[in-house]
Design a protein around this ligand. Structure first.
Ligand SMILES: Nc1nc2c(ncn2[C@@H]2O[C@H](COP(=O)(O)OP(=O)(O)OP(=O)(O)O)[C@@H](O)[C@H]2O)c(=O)[nH]1
Ligand SMILES: [Mg+2]
Length: 454
């Protein structure tokens, strides 16, 4: 962060370039904070404060001698009707790198402070314009590489995850209120089913949390891409498979076994799922030390994969022992070169048959990959929720607390107050997801990952 950058939460006026750096048709410079209009007035010769809010006005940005620095469109927003909830001004000027820097420098000279990364979004959050999950959705939206990632980000931005966790929180709150009434009025007649209904309440929240937690893997895959490693003996067509999936000749293909020495990684979108496809050196007794180093790299890739594509040559006899790797990772067996006919030893072996030469079998392959990563419709398609690791940690903490409460409620001899403590802990953990329980550290951590101007 800039040494003079404003501190989060302080009522300063910040400025930043909101568009990507580089040359473009237009670049947007933003101001937000109580002095936004005063700063813009200084920079425009008093034009800004007379502008009708939320309407575009042509104006010029002037330097301190009154010379024109740039001209373009300005929009002013009056608190609370802006993205940040504060008074804000946006100026769209010419998209040159130098001219944009000069406009920003002029706004800073007129009294604004440079914004830190994500500070506009952070202010929107602090002013109640966004929940934390929605602010994170903004971030996901910007970094989304595929259609599905975009859909998940959009639904998070629209507050789907926030609403789910708020509903779970309300349910815990209701159960806690029920339990506390029971504790506070021990002499009242307790209906015989009170214990049962308390337990049911807790169990139902646990089920909701489980459903959300089940989206964590998909969330990580959507944000980072699924590491998909192609491996197998030399010359079976691993590099050909990479090239086919990519749609261009990225890796060298040749009839010489041991062609690929280093690992090659490329990203593709498959049915909207981001995949990081990794082509590896063929696994065999190494011919030289270079190849041995390549094979070592292959082993390392296999250990960190989300999905393994094990490739074999359908036209050759089935090797006595397929790759000697032991891993829990889902593995798909692919028989390539099916255009050459299938060797009898493969008959009856469950595998996907394909040909990198004529392209057969690729639609089945992409469906199989989608299913293996659990992105098939029934499991994921209808509710585009994909939690991140922060949400996962909060949900797990809440779940642990709820399980502890459940155990206490199951035992009639325990003090109900102890179960209430667990329920309050679950409430806190759930509140953290939407940012209700805010800690400075948490907010700083999240917003620092944004770019400046966001
Ligand atoms: N007939 C046929 N030939 C193929 C097919 N796929 C690949 N080949 C050929 O098989 C040979 C090896 O292909 P590569 O893609 O280089 O194989 P690789 O597994 O990457 O080999 P290494 O990098 O040496 O381990 C090349 O001559 C390809 O043209 C296929 O589906 N059918
Ligand atoms: Mg190769």
């Amino acid at each position: 962060m800039h040494p003079h950058a404003s501190q989060p939460g302080s009522p300063t006026t910040i400025a930043a370039v909101a568009t990507a750096s580089g040359v473009g048709a237009v670049s947007l410079v933003r101001l937000s904070g109580p002095e936004s209009l005063a700063v813009a007035d200084l920079a425009t010769g008093g034009r800004a404060s007379g502008m009708r809010p939320r309407a575009s006005h042509y104006c010029r940005i002037l330097d301190d001698a009154g010379e024109v620095l740039d001209d373009g469109l300005m929009v002013v927003f009056r608190s609370p009707n802006s993205f940040t909830g504060e008074d804000s001004v946006e100026f769209s000027g010419h998209g040159g790198m130098l001219i944009t820097r000069e406009v920003l420098a002029r706004l800073l000279a007129c009294g604004a402070l440079p914004a830190g990364p994500g500070e506009f979004t952070q202010r929107a959050f602090l002013n109640g314009k966004l929940e934390l999950t929605q602010a994170e959705g903004v971030m996901d939206l910007i970094s989304a590489q595929t259609r599905l990632a975009l859909r998940a980000a959009r639904s998070q931005l629209e507050g789907v995850l926030g609403r789910r966790t708020t509903a779970a929180r309300d349910e815990v709150l209701a159960t806690l209120a029920h339990l506390e009434a029971w504790i506070d009025f021990p002499d009242e007649d307790i209906l015989p089913d009170t214990g049962v209904s308390l337990r049911n309440g807790v169990s139902s929240v646990i089920a909701t949390l489980d459903a959300l937690l089940a989206t964590a893997d998909q969330g990580r895959l959507l944000r980072e891409g699924a590491r998909t490693v192609i491996f197998g003996p030399p010359n079976v067509g691993k590099s050909s498979l990479l090239n086919r999936l990519l749609g261009f000749e990225r890796a060298i293909v040749s009839e010489t076994a041991g062609t690929t020495r280093d690992t090659i990684e490329e990203s593709i979108s498959l049915h909207g799922i981001p995949l990081r496809i990794i082509d590896t050196a063929g696994l065999r007794q190494a011919g030289d030390h270079l190849e041995a180093a390549g094979i070592q790299r292959t082993q390392r890739q296999l250990e960190t994969a989300d999905l393994l594509l094990e490739l074999a040559d359908a036209s050759l006899p089935r090797p006595p022992a397929m790759a000697r790797i032991s891993t829990e990772t889902t593995r798909l067996l692919l028989l390539n070169k099916s255009d050459l006919g299938e060797h009898a030893s493969w008959h009856g072996v469950q595998a996907l048959r394909l040909s990198c030469t004529n392209g057969s079998g690729f639609e089945d392959l992409s469906l199989a990959i989608r299913d293996a990563l659990h992105f098939n419709k029934s499991e994921w398609g209808d509710h585009a929720i994909a939690i991140n690791t922060r949400h996962q940690a909060c949900l797990q903490a809440a779940r642990r607390a709820l399980l502890a409460a459940l155990e206490l409620l199951d035992d009639p001899s325990t003090d109900a107050e102890l179960a209430a403590i667990d329920l309050r802990e679950a409430l806190e953990a759930l509140g953290e997801i939407s940012g209700r329980v805010d800690t400075e550290d948490l907010l700083g951590e999240i917003f620092s990952r944004f770019c400046i101007g966001k």
